[in-house]
Design a protein around this ligand. Structure first.
Ligand code: NDP
Length: 795
């Protein structure tokens, strides 16, 4: 038997196929074929012509799908137009909930979608499972946040209308997510046409829309070929066209839509340079190349398909690359140890083959490792072409396959000239240990995305798109969101009560039959993720406005605050978590609060004497507030300041670390959450002192923290006399910032006590937490400190 140490040397390991049983069963249920998904229903597949979808890995028939006609497109646009009326009027918060539900449903079906994608497209399961589908979910989560925030962040902006979206076959579900998530977040409705080769995950997504309760007509999927796409793009009811695909078709679409007033974004091809300098970490660069050109069989618009390597290390780099290529595994996409799967179709296979033959004719030296290749199916070996002339076909045309062409350069200027010697401008990857040089090149290369010592990095929070013939418009982040909005002339509605800009309209409070009976229970403190008895051993009675005792709360003291700060100090990883991870946890809190709304309403009524309506409104607003800051967790961006030339001055928002927060008496649940959430969203840990008068909503809250995956120590809750607890927080050297909104605040005492470590103190005063005054950037700004990082570049 082979020893493990030998296996680690040879890297010989057996096949590890992923089961496709669930997908086969699902395809079996649709044996009769798929119709279009229009107005929340699948149309009858036998209504018109259809075509077969096959697996590129083995030619097996997967399904029959409908070939969309102009009439089908018209019905879909009509449904989307009808749905637009109500969807665009829906409060941002309601749309956020829909997008969030889509994200959750996608996550629940991640493995199914990954297997289906690999079967339909041919990409390795490792990539669909670890990259495509998680990013799909991430896009819906991220844009759930934007749906929530558009009203406050982009006041006056309005949705465009019905969006016609046409996507390619290389990342079928991911391209769908890149298009649908921002469109829906902004209040648009969509008709999407997937590529004829890979329509199946879009159809599974249609089922998810139904399952998740998305209103009918908001998303419509019409399958078909180029003609169907053309009918969609040309439909007069479409107000915005978003296209990803070849530059040729992009050009046709530009001409078709010219003068129509339709908003247009085009994400087209590329021939992106991968530039390796002599001082680069060569092993990392070679691994980078594997990801740049052999990821997704090289069928990636931003693939690093042109290797530009500095002359002195070229032969060494090629040798390492050839050795690495010999270890790549080409084969069954469903095998977890496959590196390169099948290319999408026989046409694409022939196109790649023809271009490689052309390169050979033009004098390139072609290397393909002698590795086992599947006997049938659309497979192409990893290929390296050296000795390529910059003007040759293979150096200028997008091959869209696992083929790397290599050229050399001598100086940085020559690298820039070669990098920019293309009609495209999608992406660039620069490898050097010299940060000055890397940034200098990043500024000079004409590309929409530049990666330094990295490649093919994507995230929903960052815009993606090209310069020149790679198209225009961005997908992802705020830049991408603008593609789906138009500046409106209206201003946000004002509240009749306060005269202030109104928050998203509240969903009507559910009728709650909760009794307002007192709940007699002693609430403990919450420290380090555990309920803790107060060090004093005392509790105090919490009374309602009629003087009736409704519960007991712990009387915290200095020792309890110290314990809480100590627990917070151990929870430092919260600040290092990604904004996305923090967002997920804040959403989870909101979701759990929503599930227990009745309980919290009853608590508020018993404790404060609020009416059923006011209590329901307070809980509903609290849920929205948690959504608001969950939405912000990955969007409170810093900036790049315009300072000196040849400098990048990055203004980074950093959390303080441990914050003390003393909460107000007014709307005690909402006030507490309105302060806690922004601090958490940007990465702080919090020691919170709830209202002394109404502490029980906050102490109930720790059950939500427990069930929402909030790491221990990130939030501690210490009840008691707010004035003395606030002073202890002000004096504590490890508390880096303090917000005091307590009713007993004595600003002079607190500010003087903070002089020890000179922490910033925010004496908040009273405010209307139910209005837009109770949330916004002011809180995020007060929860962060800006660090300016100056990076000069150039040599
Ligand atoms: P296309 O640009 O033809 O296809 C992209 C999408 O557009 C598909 O859904 C296609 O439908 C649709 N489409 C085709 N013609 C029209 C039209 N006139 N109006 C509206 N929509 C249309 O790419 P191909 O699949 O033909 O691939 C050809 C080459 O394009 C590849 O080899 C590669 O070089 C490049 N490409 C680049 C991509 C990128 O992301 N940059 C992605 C895909 C391809 P259908 O598939 O049904 O024909």
């Amino acid at each position: 038997m082979a020893l493990i140490k030998d296996i680690l040397q040879t890297m010989e390991y057996g096949p590890s196929p992923e089961s496709n049983e669930h997908v086969i069963a699902w395809l079996g249920q649709h044996e009769g074929g798929f119709g279009h998904f229009i107005d929340g229903k699948f149309t009858d597949p036998s209504a018109g012509a259809s075509f077969e979808v096959t697996s590129p890995a083995n030619g097996a028939k997967l399904a029959r799908v409908a070939r969309g006609t102009a009439d089908d497109v018209d019905r879909a646009v009509t449904a989307a137009t009808r749905a637009f009326k109500s969807w665009s009027k829906l409060a941002g918060h309601e749309r956020a909930r829909h997008l969030y539900a889509l994200a959750r449903h996608i996550q629940k079906r991640e493995r199914f979608l990954a297997v289906l994608e690999s079967m339909d497209n041919g990409k390795p399961i490792r990539e669909s499972r670890d990259i495509d589908i998680p990013l799909v979910a991430r896009h819906f989560y991220h844009h759930a946040g934007w749906a929530e925030l558009i009203e406050s962040e982009l006041p006056g902006y309005q949705p465009v209308g019905v969006c016609g979206q046409v996507i390619p076959w290389n990342f079928p579900l991911l391209m769908l997510a890149w298009k649908i998530a921002p469109a829906l977040a902004a209040g648009n409705t969509v008709v999407l046409k997937p590529a004829e080769q890979t329509p199946l995950t879009a159809l599974a997504f249609a089922e998810i829309c139904r399952e998740a309760g998305l209103p009918d007509g908001v998303v419509n999927i019409v399958t078909g070929e180029g003609e169907t796409g053309a009918a969609l793009v040309g439909h007069p009811g479409v107000a915005k066209v978003a296209f990803t695909g070849s530059t040729e078709v992009g050009r046709i679409i530009r001409r078709t839509t010219a003068g129509s007033g339709k908003k247009l974004s085009l994400e087209l091809g590329g021939k992106s340079p991968f530039i390796v300098f002599e001082d680069a970490d060569l092993d990392s660069a070679v691994e980078g190349l594997v990801d740049a050109i052999w990821f997704n069989q090289g069928e990636v618009c931003c693939a690093g398909s042109r290797l530009l390597v500095q002359e002195g290390i070229a032969e060494k780099c090629y040798a390492k690359l050839r050795a690495r290529m010999a270890t790549l595994r080409v084969g069954d996409p469903l095998d977890k140890s496959t590196d390169i799967g099948a290319v999408v179709s026989t046409e694409q296979l022939e196109r790649i083959g023809a271009l490689v033959a052309k390169g050979r004719q033009e004098g390139a030296e072609v290397f393909q490792p002698s590795i086992p290749m599947p006997a049938k199916g659309c497979f192409f070996p990893p290929t390296l072409m050296t000795g390529v002339e910059p003007a040759s076909t293979v150096a200028t045309v997008e091959i869209f396959g696992p083929v790397l062409v290599a050229m050399t350069f001598r100086t940085p200027d020559e690298a820039v000239a070669l990098a920019n010697n293309t009609r495209f401008g999608l992406a660039a990857s620069i490898w050097s240990e010299n940060i000055n040089r890397s940034l200098d090149l990043a500024a000079r290369v004409k590309a929409g995305v530049v990666w330094i010592n990295a490649t093919n990095l994507f995230d929903a929070a960052a815009g993606f798109g090209g310069y020149r013939e790679s198209g225009f418009g961005r997908e992802g982040g705020l830049e991408g969101l603008y593609e789906y909005l138009v500046p409106g002339h209206g201003k946000p509605a004002k509240s009749a009560k306060t005269g202030k800009p109104q928050l998203n309209a509240a969903p009507s409070p559910t009728a709650i039959a909760a009794s307002a009976e007192p709940i007699d229970r002693t609430a403990k403190l919450y420290i380090g993720g555990k309920q803790a008895r107060p060090d004093s051993g005392y509790s105090y009675a919490v009374t309602n406005p009629s003087g009736k005792t409704v519960g007991l709360a712990g009387l915290g003291n200095r020792k309890d605050i110290r314990n809480a700060v100590e627990a917070a100090a151990k929870a430092g990883s919260w600040g290092a978590a990604t904004g996305h991870n923090r967002a997920q946890i804040l959403y989870y809190i909101a979701e759990n609060l929503s599930a227990r709304a009745a309980e919290f309403e009853a608590r508020l009524r018993a404790m404060t004497g609020a009416s059923a309506k006011d209590a329901a409104e307070e809980v509903a607003t609290t849920i929205r507030r948690a959504f608001f800051y969950a939405g912000f967790a990955d969007k409170y961006d810093g900036a790049v300041h315009a300072t000196k030339s040849r400098h990048v001055t990055l203004a980074m928002n950093e959390p303080f670390g441990i914050m003390g927060i003393v909460c107000p008496d007014e709307t005690p649940l909402l006030g507490f959450v309105s302060l806690l959430m922004p601090a958490l969203a940007v990465g702080n840990r919090v020691v919170a002192v709830p209202s002394a008068r109404y502490p029980l909503a906050a102490t109930d809250f720790y059950q939500l923290l427990d069930t929402s995956d909030v790491p221990a120590g990130v939030v501690s809750i210490v009840t008691g006399e707010t004035a003395s607890l606030a002073k202890t927080l002000a004096e504590h050297d490890e508390v880096a910032a303090l917000w005091d909104f307590g009713s007993t605040t004595d600003a002079a005492t607190i500010e003087a006590a903070s002089a020890g470590n000179l922490k910033p103190v925010w004496i908040g005063g009273s405010r209307d937490w139910t209005s837009s005054d109770g949330q916004g950037r002011e809180f995020l700004r007060r929860a962060t400190q800006v660090k300016n990082i100056w990076v000069p570049y150039g040599e």
